[in-house]
Design a protein around this ligand. Structure first.
Ligand code: ATP
Ligand code: MG
Length: 423
């Protein structure tokens, strides 16, 4: 019987070195920036109990209602491959008794899983990096996490096509009043709403505001605005967030349709969106979730945070030159081959990236050096070696010259450094 070759699961992909390196660069840049604000890394399991998300995200969220990878394991436990990071951090906060340590600043990174329709920038396994600031109810916290987000996007060089959209959902009181007004308004159009929105009308009418369906959008255009239902204190909170951003020179657009998909948000919600990725425009999103930890059974603790999609940022990332370009050793003849073995190790000890072609003549090895993107080729003939020199060829500009074996590593480093600054 012919067996077909196993393939990746739909919506998942192999990150080949070029992309895996972009992922790592993005995560490292983000971690460094987050650490400047005092965030520290937390790692929570990828497998979580289903109840965590049902209770935390609410069963009307897209994630819980249709996107979770949920299964019963051989022992009968109801489990989920985590679809997002905030609920897990909140669970850890409760389980590990971290409430004594507030204000607490944590960041996380790693794969998330959602069973949605795969397309450009939308996968079933994707990378996220996120921060959570727990235990601070002041708007200063919202401003700080937004400043951190923008700093990361700037250091990655992707802010060019990106805009920050901001909104407030108000406090519990504002939302209850708005829900009443919105429901009354939408009830008149119940029959014309999309099927999905008709269901949401009973469970979570606010979600209809960000419906993608054109018939819903038309109805929503004339809907009452949440702004008119904001309590004084909710209004003040939002003003303080906006003032803080203005003070830091962070530009934003207020978007009163922005409600975000998850039930746990209150007050500030935001999205950094790009015009460069088609329909998958949100690169970083988040907001305040003062009720989440209490809803999960923990001590009432305010929180604010965000997550960005690593896959989407990787697609936006400008091309970068290798920071430590490869050096190729090209030994000619058996004696040089033996010398190359130890030389390669010595150069690596000095911090250089070195490849020795494993076989072949000069032409074949030079071709290989080119293929692996080497910046320098060290051509080692046995006569030259006896003289105590090697021939170093710059593969970018084609120049070539003899370099003494003594201090070879230092000379190469200098050469690579000047090449790097000039480039
Ligand atoms: P979208 O509106 O694009 O579905 P979302 O509101 O579901 O986004 P969040 O849950 O806020 O997204 O996740 C934060 C970020 O994670 C998003 O802004 C996006 O960059 C990224 N992200 C979300 N879902 C996916 C996915 N399926 N594939 C790749 N990245 C994703
Ligand atoms: Mg989504």
């Amino acid at each position: 019987m012919l067996q077909s070759v196993p393939k990746t699961v739909k919506g998942t992909r192999d990150l080949l070195p070029e992309l895996a390196e972009k992922f790592r660069f993005i995560e490292t840049t983000a971690s460094h920036a987050a650490e400047l604000y005092g965030f520290r890394e937390i790692q929570t399991p990828i497998l979580e109990p289903t109840g965590l998300f049902v209770r935390g995200l609410g069963d009307t969220s897209d994630i819980v209602s249709k996107e979770m990878y949920r299964f019963t394991d051989a022992g009968g436990d109801d489990l989920v491959l985590r679809p997002e990071g905030t609920a897990g951090v909140a669970r850890a906060f409760i389980n590990e008794g971290l409430s004594q340590h507030v204000p607490l600043k944590l960041y996380y990174r790693g794969p998330m899983f959602r069973r949605e329709r795969p397309q450009r920038g939308r996968f079933r396994q994707f990378g996220q990096f996120g921060v959570e600031l727990l235990g601070v109810e002041k708007p200063q916290a919202d401003v700080e996490v937004l400043a951190c987000a923008q700093r990361i996007l700037k250091s990655l060089g992707v802010m060019g096509t990106i805009t920050l959209h901001l909104n407030t959902l108000g406090d519990t009181e504002s939302r209850a009043e708005y829900r009443k007004q919105l429901t009354t308004y939408l009830e008149q159009f119940r029959a014309s709403l999309s099927k999905e929105s008709q269901e949401r009308l009973d469970k979570n009418p606010l979600r209809i505001l960000d419906s993608k369906s054109p018939e819903d959008q038309k109805i929503v255009e004339d809907a009452p605005k949440l702004e008119s239902c904001l309590t004084e204190s909710a209004k003040n909170f939002f003003s303080e967030v906006k003032q803080g951003l203005a003070r830091l020179g962070i530009k934003y657009v207020v978007d009163d349709r922005l409600v975000r998909g998850l039930d746990y948000y209150c007050h500030t919600v935001f999205e950094f969106t790009t015009t460069a990725l088609g329909a998958q425009s949100a690169v970083l999103a988040g907001g305040r979730y003062d009720g989440l930890i209490k809803d999960l059974g923990g001590p009432a603790t305010p929180g604010v945070g965000w997550a960005f999609g690593v896959d989407r940022l990787a697609e936006l990332l400008p091309a970068r030159e290798a920071e430590n370009p490869m050096v190729a050793l090209v030994p000619l003849g058996p004696e040089a081959e033996t010398a190359a073995l130890t030389m390669a190790e010595e150069l690596r000890t000095a911090g250089l990236r070195v490849e020795t072609g494993y076989s072949g003549n000069l032409a074949k090895r030079m071709k290989r050096a080119d293929k692996i993107g080497a910046r320098l080729a060290i051509i080692m003939g046995s006569e030259e070696l006896q003289k105590g020199v090697v021939s170093v060829k710059d593969l970018k500009d084609g120049s070539q010259g003899e370099v003494p074996l003594q201090n070879l590593a230092a000379t190469l480093k200098l050469k690579l450094k000047s090449a790097w600054t000039v480039a």
